[in-house]
Design a protein around this ligand. Structure first.
Ligand SMILES: *[C@@H]1O[C@H](CO)[C@@H](O)[C@H](O)[C@H]1NC(C)=O
Ligand SMILES: *[C@@H]1O[C@H](CO)[C@@H](O)[C@H](O)[C@H]1NC(C)=O
Ligand SMILES: *[C@@H]1O[C@H](CO)[C@@H](O)[C@H](O)[C@H]1NC(C)=O
Ligand SMILES: *[C@@H]1O[C@H](CO)[C@@H](O)[C@H](O)[C@H]1NC(C)=O
Ligand SMILES: *[C@@H]1O[C@H](CO)[C@@H](O)[C@H](O)[C@H]1NC(C)=O
Ligand SMILES: *[C@@H]1O[C@H](CO)[C@@H](O)[C@H](O)[C@H]1NC(C)=O
Ligand SMILES: *[C@@H]1O[C@H](CO)[C@@H](O)[C@H](O)[C@H]1NC(C)=O
Ligand SMILES: *[C@@H]1O[C@H](CO)[C@@H](O)[C@H](O)[C@H]1NC(C)=O
Ligand SMILES: *[C@@H]1O[C@H](CO)[C@@H](O)[C@H](O)[C@H]1NC(C)=O
Ligand SMILES: *[C@@H]1O[C@H](CO)[C@@H](O)[C@H](O)[C@H]1NC(C)=O
Ligand SMILES: *[C@@H]1O[C@H](CO)[C@@H](O)[C@H](O)[C@H]1NC(C)=O
Ligand SMILES: *[C@@H]1O[C@H](CO)[C@@H](O)[C@H](O)[C@H]1NC(C)=O
Length: 848
């Protein structure tokens, strides 16, 4: 009964305690809480009850926490609670004063009657990285009147932050970063009154972290009334609107300021007097004006400056040269132009330099600092040769010079001194890489090597001793000969892309054990596809397109249960339809075109087949019989693709993008990236016969359908008219008859005569041959045809300047008036509403 007399809590809590007591009294012996225990009986009970109100789920943030046990495993009766993991007590009073339950795999609703609120003496509470299943933050939080540190970040709280959060006047740090990457409606909302009170009441707050919190209703002006003790303000990916007060740059103690991804927020960078002692400044993905003022050089203490995804133009201010404390400078994805100033390569402490994705041009200076660790100059217009002083950058771990206009011959020995190099990306320049035949050097730490389009004529043998190699991309060179033994022995290797070379011979039997991507497209390999794919084969992308492979498809491919892309197009494979692949759960792209596949295409079973297939290309084979109705009925992924226009996503593994050859109007185009919403069916140039099944109308997310050059008969089913996403349709050269359904004529007015030609029995709009003998005005067709040709002209023009741009441009033209985000694909900038991507990106940045 002593317990009850001590309590001054409300009635409901009395009830809680009653339950607690009944729950535990039977098992707690008097001796359990002997006087040697610092921790009080009540607080121990409260903690134990708190523990039982959640389940422990080891899948909660499992990859983020770097631990595989819950602290609560050590919470047991009979042991002094002050010695439990995550619990800290005042060493005189025995009160629990700090609770660190971060990464405890807690899963369940956080209730307002939680017994945690008994711990009235708490000064620090860390609940980050749990999953409270979108609970609201209970208003009872205000009972922790002594709280100084509150961290509920990444714990899946959502809804409105209670106004009681402003009743914690002692708070020194508050972290409400929210974490739902999938559903913005589940974010935390900080309303204007609560925010105003918080600013007003939290007079001692030094660190305020509101990443991802929705403050759309709050006036950003209130930020200027924050306590002048503020040292950290983190507003990454918060939803804010209006104009952010630039007086923030004059806060006397502000060291870290992060502001990003608020699409409706502007900030006018001050033209003078940035007096804050800022050490880290991140302004990402928002409207900061077009000029970065010279006055930014006032921030003499700056160590890390990141200004990515803004609209900055013009030259980088020369005053940055004065920021000699800088260790990290990120300017990527703006429109900066001019030459890269010489001082950028002399800043004495600089470790990370990211001017990538801008319009910098001209030659680059010699490097004089040795501190650089990450250097990314990619996607600019830099030219000239690579300075030989690069050999001085002995700490360099990441080097990306790709997609510039660097030219000249490069002796690979040049990189010999860079013994810490892990990633080297030189692709897409005008470089000619050469190897000194006598050179015997190795870069032992290399993991990722991207040397596409580098005029290599032989394999870079120095890689032979790089044992940690994970990605080797040597596509679009003129390497000849066989695949060397040593490559086949690199069992860490995950990505091997040797496409577009002059390789010959047989594909080796033994391939690296843990390969995820094998791309040998466009070479001269011949013989059978030899490999017996072992049980547990981890291949995700197998591309043998455009070789001279013969024989059968190895049945052991079914062992590759993670297979997403199988492309054996343009070979001489002679086999029947591989229906045995239909159970592969992740297969998305199956390309068998231009081979000698033959026979009927038929499902062998009733159960779901090819559940994720989005691209099926069987064209130019000897398939016969009816169209594969049962498969079509089951192409779930073409019926119902999750559409989020905000964030185009591509198939990839890490930074390696999958590519795909598609054939449109007889031309092959290489899509250098595969949009995850791209779906098409190509069955042309076979001997399919019978009618087009009505069920094809169910494939509602289909973008392209080509059934041309078959022997299809009877009518076009009206259900085709429901395919509103269709962008190209080719039914030409069949034996189709009857009126083109109105649904098609009206819906797809971009499909001109050509789509249907060679079907002498067809009539009606949009064909000039009318069904009732009354002609339609010829201008109508010319117009449509013009549009059609215009579309194709863009594709073909684009082909010359870069294949994928061409195709995406074409895609864009077809979609005129459709989602805007396609525009954003061209310059590498994410869409305006791609918050999800940004969140994910930010998380990755945080964790790294
Ligand atoms: C808290 O309230 C919920 C219902 O809202 C109830 O199921 C639960 O038993 C209560 N917990 C305690 C400890 O009283
Ligand atoms: C947790 O990880 C450690 C090593 O980090 C390992 O020894 C231990 O077996 C793991 N425990 C469980 C339950 O997986
Ligand atoms: C109690 O903690 C304070 C600081 O928190 C420390 O200075 C003091 O030495 C501790 N006393 C004992 C007896 O451990
Ligand atoms: C809190 O717990 C986490 C996870 O176990 C640990 O990484 C962190 O260092 C702890 N923080 C404090 C202040 O003890
Ligand atoms: C809470 O714990 C996490 C570790 O998971 C740690 O990173 C964070 O700094 C802690 N929060 C506070 C306020 O100490
Ligand atoms: C400030 O906090 C106190 C409790 O500490 C509370 O009573 C008061 O209402 C708060 N003021 C505002 C403006 O929220
Ligand atoms: C939350 O913010 C506080 C204050 O800046 C910080 O110390 C803590 O590490 C953050 N928590 C996490 C999980 O990052
Ligand atoms: C913010 O501060 C300004 C000047 O310091 C003051 O005029 C204004 O009333 C304050 N606003 C709030 C909401 O406290
Ligand atoms: C930004 O403003 C536009 C136009 O008012 C609105 O459609 C959009 O939803 C806003 N974005 C956010 C994140 O509030
Ligand atoms: C660097 O700082 C000095 C002293 O503050 C100033 O005189 C000079 O103009 C600055 N240099 C540049 C390039 O801004
Ligand atoms: C090349 O160097 C490696 C290791 O540094 C050594 O094992 C090998 O024998 C050398 N080969 C030649 C031909 O010198
Ligand atoms: C097309 O199919 C019809 C029967 O539907 C058949 O009579 C005809 O011979 C076929 N044509 C060709 C070229 O196979």
């Amino acid at each position: 009964m002593r317990i009850f007399t001590k309590l001054s809590a409300p009635l409901c809590l009395l009830f809680v305690f009653f339950c607690l007591k009944t729950a535990f009294s039977s098992s707690i012996h008097a001796s359990s809480f002997s006087t040697t225990h610092l921790c009080s009986h009540e607080e121990a009970l409260a903690l134990l009850q708190f523990k039982t109100s959640f389940s422990i789920d080891y899948t909660v943030w499992e990859n983020y926490c770097g631990q595989n046990y819950s602290k609560m495993e050590s919470w047991k009766e009979g042991i002094d609670c002050c010695s439990w993991d995550g619990v800290s007590c005042d060493n005189v009073t025995g009160h629990v004063i700090a609770l660190n339950l971060s990464c405890s795999f807690l899963y369940g609703t956080f209730r307002s009657n939680s017994t945690l609120f008994f711990l009235k003496n708490l000064q620090s509470l860390n609940l980050s990285w749990n999953d409270f299943r979108h609970s609201k933050i209970p208003s009872e939080i205000s009972q922790f009147t002594r709280l100084k540190h509150l961290d509920v970040s990444f714990s899946q709280f959502s809804g409105q932050v209670p106004e009681e959060i402003a009743h914690l006047p002692k708070l020194v740090s508050l972290n409400l970063s929210s974490s739902d990457f999938y559903d913005d409606s589940l974010e935390l909302i900080l309303e204007t009154t609560t925010f105003k009170n918080l600013v007003h009441n939290l007079s001692e707050v030094r660190e305020l972290v509101l990443g991802g919190v929705n403050m759309a209703s709050a006036n950003p002006r209130f930020f200027m009334n924050l306590s002048s003790s503020l040292t950290t303000l983190d507003l990454s990916n918060s939803v804010l609107r209006g104009n952010f007060p630039n007086s923030i740059f004059r806060f006397p103690n502000l060291k870290n300021f992060f502001l990003s991804g608020s699409e409706n927020l502007t900030i006018d960078l001050p033209s003078s007097n940035w007096s804050s002692p800022l050490q880290q400044l991140y302004l990402h993905d928002m409207d900061c004006g077009r000029r970065l003022p010279e006055s930014i050089g006032d921030l003499k203490s700056l160590q890390s400056l990141s200004l990515v995804y803004n609209n900055f133009r013009g030259q980088i201010p020369s005053s940055l040269a004065n920021l000699t404390q800088l260790t990290s400078l990120s300017l990527s994805n703006n429109q900066f132009s001019g030459v890269l100033p010489p001082w950028i390569f002399t800043l004495p402490l600089l470790e990370d330099l990211y001017p990538n994705h801008n319009k910098f041009q001209g030659q680059i200076n010699q490097f004089s600092q040795k501190s650089l660790i990450h250097l990314d100059l990619s996607n600019n217009k830099l030219q000239g040769s690579i300075p030989n002083s690069i050999a001085n950058l002995v700490n360099l771990s990441y080097l990306d010079l790709s997609s510039n206009h660097f030219s000249d011959f490069v002796e690979l020995d040049m990189f010999l001194a860079l013994q810490n190099l892990e990633t080297i990306i030189l692709s897409s320049n005008n470089l000619s890489l050469r190897m000194n035949v006598d050179a015997n050097f190795t870069l032992p730490k290399l993991t990722d090597v991207f040397l596409s389009s580098c005029n290599l004529s032989e394999f870079p043998n120095f890689l032979r001793h790089s044992n940690g190699l994970q990605s080797l991309v040597l596509s679009k060179n003129s390497i000849h000969g066989n695949i060397p033994e040593w490559i086949c022995e690199k069992d860490d290797l995950k990505i091997l892309d040797l496409s577009h070379n002059n390789l010959i011979g047989k594909i080796p039997n033994r391939l690296p054990k843990f390969l995820s991507v094998l791309n040998l497209q466009a070479n001269y390999f011949d013989g059978n596809i030899p490999f017996g794919f072992p049980e547990g084969c981890g291949l995700q992308n197998l591309n043998l397109h455009g070789n001279q492979m013969e024989g059968l498809l190895p049945r052991s491919l079914v062992n590759c249960s993670m297979l997403e892309v199988l492309d054996v197009g343009n070979n001489n494979i002679s086999d029947t339809f591989p229906h045995w692949l239909e159970s592969l759960p992740d297969l998305q792209v199956l390309v068998l075109r231009s081979n000698k596949f033959h026979g009927f295409v038929q499902s062998t079973k009733e159960s779901p087949s090819f559940p994720k297939l989005r691209v099926l290309d069987l064209s130019s084979n000897d398939f016969r019989g009816p169209l594969p109705v049962r498969y079509i009925e089951n192409f779930k992924a073409m019926m119902d693709i999750y559409r989020d226009e905000g964030s185009p996503e591509y198939m990839n593994i890490g930074s390696y993008q999958y590519s795909l050859v598609v054939t449109l109007k007889g031309f092959d185009y290489e899509l250098q990236r595969i949009l995850t919403i791209f779906s098409s069916i190509h069955l042309s140039n076979n001997m399919f016969e019978g009618e087009i099944p009505d069920v094809i109308g169910k494939l509602s997310s289909l973008k392209g359908l080509n059934l041309s050059h078959n022997n299809l008969t009877r009518h076009i089913p009206p259900s085709l008219g429901t395919l509103t996403d269709l962008e190209w349709l080719d039914l030409s050269s069949n034996e189709l008859v009857g009126k083109i359904p109105d649904e098609l004529g009206n819906q797809f007015n971009t499909f001109g005569n050509g789509s249907y030609e060679g079907n002498n029995g067809l009539c009606g709009i949009p064909l000039s041959k009318s069904c009732d003998g009354i002609g339609t005005p010829p201008s109508f067709f010319q117009e449509k045809d013009e549009f059609w040709r215009f579309g194709w002209r863009v594709v073909v023009l684009g082909y010359g300047c870069g294949v994928f741009v061409g195709l995406e441009m074409g895609y864009h033209v077809f979609r005129a008036g459709k989602p805007k985000w396609f525009v954003s694909l061209f310059d590498g900038r994410p869409s305006q509403s791609g918050r999800k991507m940004r969140k994910a990106r930010r998380l990755v940045q945080r964790r790294s």
